[in-house]
Design a protein around this ligand. Structure first.
Ligand code: DAH
Length: 319
């Protein structure tokens, strides 16, 4: 029996007691009536409180995420266990885990940044046309939703530079959401994800960087891969490379199908210097690449726009 049912039973009993008033001597009836009535009011107050508490609990347990957006057809009300995490969230975690296993720390990027971190701290010369190449959005206050996760390089270098003095290395990856004001099509989104890597030590070289990148991609795609590089240009690395992998057969590729996966290079001495790290003593390499593209290849997703579409038929494939 629930609390409310018990109280209602008590109320019935009190009402029955009240019927006994007939047998009470006339001079005691008023007192008798007052007592019974007080008991009754007390029980009614308790019933109301219990009913309110039960209703509150019910509202609290209501899962609003079980309902689809108003513009989606609603074939049924989905039970709670139909929900799932977004594929990019799951894959970002997987990416971070692989790097963590390789000894990297993970720092999250931010959603609003400034001119200094977007360009200056990355050795973009003032008024250099390369600044326009990033198609940045700007707020009315002149802030920038980051167009790449490289905006975090300066912060990460400063945050961890004390490690170098202690004889340790800086090894950090920075996953994050980035934004570009460009035309949207099957391979371009205004909102997408990147993962940045930063490594600094006394002795390090491009060979180590390529080793780390190969290891990452082979772990992510769970197979051996052919890699290739070609020269690139980024103001914050010198030399700069574009890193490619051969599209695996198991993912619909054929021999010689190379896909560009990220930009990378040896960190420019000016970038280290601006973060208070002596480029004569320390060297570093860095890389940054799109997560959406990585995930699209893994699952054979043909159009990047699916990720931000909120399309339930797409999302249900990743339950
Ligand atoms: N931030 C570059 C982009 O979005 C990619 C990149 C290139 C990142 C070279 C790096 C790097 O860290 O060293 O196009």
């Amino acid at each position: 029996m629930t609390e409310i049912e018990k109280l209602k039973l008590e109320l019935k009993q009190v009402n029955a007691e009240y019927a006994g008033i007939r047998d009470v001597p006339a001079e005691e009836r008023a007192e008798f009536g007052r007592k019974i009535n007080a008991k009754k009011q007390d029980i009614i107050a308790k019933i109301l409180a219990a009913e309110k508490a039960a209703l509150d609990a019910e509202v609290e347990a209501l899962d609003v995420t079980a309902f689809t957006a108003p513009n989606e057809p609603v074939p049924e009300v989905y039970p709670q266990d139909y929900g799932s995490r977004h594929p990019l969230t799951m894959e970002l975690e997987r990416v971070a885990e692989i790097y963590q296993m390789m000894g990297f720390d993970v720092v999250e990027s931010r959603q609003l940044d400034d001119e200094y971190h977007m360009f200056d701290s990355l050795n973009f010369a003032k008024e250099h046309p390369a600044r326009d190449g990033y198609d940045t959005f700007r707020t009315e206050e002149g802030l920038i939703p980051p167009a790449h996760t490289s905006t975090m390089q300066h912060r990460v270098l400063k945050k961890y530079r004390d490690r170098l003095a202690r004889g340790e290395n800086i090894a950090v990856v920075v996953p994050g959401r980035v934004y570009r004001n460009e035309d949207v099509d099957a391979t371009h989104e205004h909102t997408f994800y990147q993962c940045e890597g930063v490594y600094v030590s006394r002795e390090c070289n491009m060979g180590q960087m390529l080793g780390i990148l190969r290891e990452f991609f082979e772990k992510y795609y769970e197979q051996k891969l052919e890699i290739r590089t070609q020269p690139g240009y980024f103001p914050f690395t010198e030399p700069s490379l574009e890193f490619m992998i051969e599209k695996p057969k198991s993912l619909g590729g054929k021999k010689g199908d190379f896909l560009e996966m990220l930009g990378c290079g040896m960190i420019h001495p000016n970038v280290l210097q601006m973060a208070g790290i002596d480029p004569k003593e320390y060297h570093g390499f860095a890389w940054g690449g799109g997560i959406d593209r990585l995930v699209m290849l893994r699952y054979g997703i043909k159009d990047v726009r699916y990720f931000e579409s909120g399309n339930l038929n797409f999302l249900r494939n990743f339950r």
